[in-house]
Design a protein around this ligand. Structure first.
Ligand SMILES: [Fe+2]
Length: 378
């Protein structure tokens, strides 16, 4: 039952970032919020001052701590009036959530949604493919068609709540459409980030996901953006991170974890249409070429998972959508179907011991459109 507007509502989503979780809490009213895990209380604050006037409350909790506790409690105090002295608040209300981390053995069930472009119920339905909550939910960009309103900006968190009810981990990335609209300049307030950045590694037992992102899909000067975009500088900064990260990986002994690269835009795709002769998506050849080389030669992921193209496909070998020659299987994993109010997403079942994976493209009614067996051996 939907709570009345006069009652506090608490919804939570657990997003994985590096070796931590960002617990993202949505409330229906301006509130002070805290999260308790075991004997530790976490706050969302700016240099000692607790946020109450924010669209999303975010709490960074060590993964080890939440995995061990298996539960967390969110406490909210409805802010009647925030004042310089003696702010007026209602008595606290709390809600406890169970939490199940990614299992450290047995098959690992992941569901990936991208490019659902506002199809909220269809996204939640598609991610219900396993008949129960997936071990890990991935929302890989362009979940809304823009972030012109707070309602649109918060959509990935609302879908993640619909699927997981705060009880399973998620990875949420930014797509190119998410850079458009009034809320885009503050999107880090609505999304999990690694201290403000949308690119970062995520560590699970036997599985490492490297989240990369390309920002927009055309040059910064494109008239469509009206001067609001400076992604080239952002990508250069991200490239410096990637070089450093790969360098560090090269020095570490390989722990055998399955490495995956995740990005909304498949940066190995050179989007050139010889028929139309339009080059508007044909950007950053040198920079993306370096990313592909670093992936192939140093990071060596077992596979790559992408959205953006509005097609689902398993691509092995150089060719269409992989013109730059990414040497591992490449999955295009998300497609909206507005006519049927359906979303096609990707179910992945990974056997970490055998290093094998089953990939299924499935729709909101759980029909399996394609099924592939993929070897994860390097
Ligand atoms: Fe996109």
């Amino acid at each position: 039952m939907k709570p009345k507007q006069s009652e506090p509502e608490i919804r939570a989503v657990v997003c994985a970032v590096r070796d931590a979780y960002e617990i993202c809490v949505l409330t229906n009213h301006e509130s002070l919020v805290s999260v308790r895990v075991g004997d530790e209380t976490y706050y969302y604050a700016d240099n000692g001052v607790r946020h109450s006037r924010c669209p999303l409350h975010k709490f960074r909790v060590p993964a080890e701590k939440l995995n061990a506790a298996g539960a967390y409690t969110v406490e909210t105090e409805w802010m009647i009036k925030r004042l310089p002295y003696r702010s007026l608040r209602r008595p606290p209300v709390s809600r406890t959530f169970r939490f199940t981390p990614v299992p450290d053995e047995g098959p690992l069930r992941i569901y990936h949604v991208s490019d659902s472009h506002g199809l909220k119920a269809a996204s939640v339905n598609a991610a219900g493919f396993f008949g129960e909550t997936p071990d890990l939910l991935i929302l890989n960009g362009d979940i809304a068609s823009h972030t012109h309103t707070p309602k649109a900006a918060i959509l990935p968190i609302e879908i993640a709540w619909g699927v997981t009810k705060g009880e399973r981990p998620c990875v949420i990335t930014r797509g190119n459409h998410d850079l458009r609209g009034k809320c885009a300049e503050n999107l880090s307030l609505y999304y999990p980030t690694d201290r403000g950045r949308f690119y970062y590694p995520v560590y699970f037992p036997g599985l490492e996901i490297l989240v990369l992102e390309c920002g927009e899909d055309k040059v910064d000067e494109c008239a469509e953006y009206g001067g609001t975009i400076c992604c080239h500088a952002y990508r250069k900064e991200e490239t410096a991170f990637l070089r450093e990260y790969c360098d560090q990986k090269q020095k570490e002994p390989d722990n055998g974890d399955i490495r995956v690269v995740l990005s909304h835009i498949p940066f190995m795709h050179t989007d050139y249409d010889p028929v139309r002769g339009v080059h508007e998506f044909d950007i950053e050849q040198e920079l993306y070429g370096e990313w592909v080389r670093l992936m192939n030669d140093v990071y060596r992921p077992r596979f790559g998972l992408f959205g953006h193209i509005h097609q689902v496909a398993l691509i092995e070998g150089t060719g269409k959508f992989n013109e730059k020659g990414f040497t591992r299987p490449l999955i295009l994993g998300g497609k909206p179907d507005h006519a049927h109010k359906s979303v096609v997403g990707t179910s992945l079942v990974i056997d970490r011991e055998k290093e094998e994976m089953t990939v299924r493209f499935t729709d909101s009614a759980h029909n399996v459109l394609e099924e592939h067996a993929v070897s994860l051996h390097l």
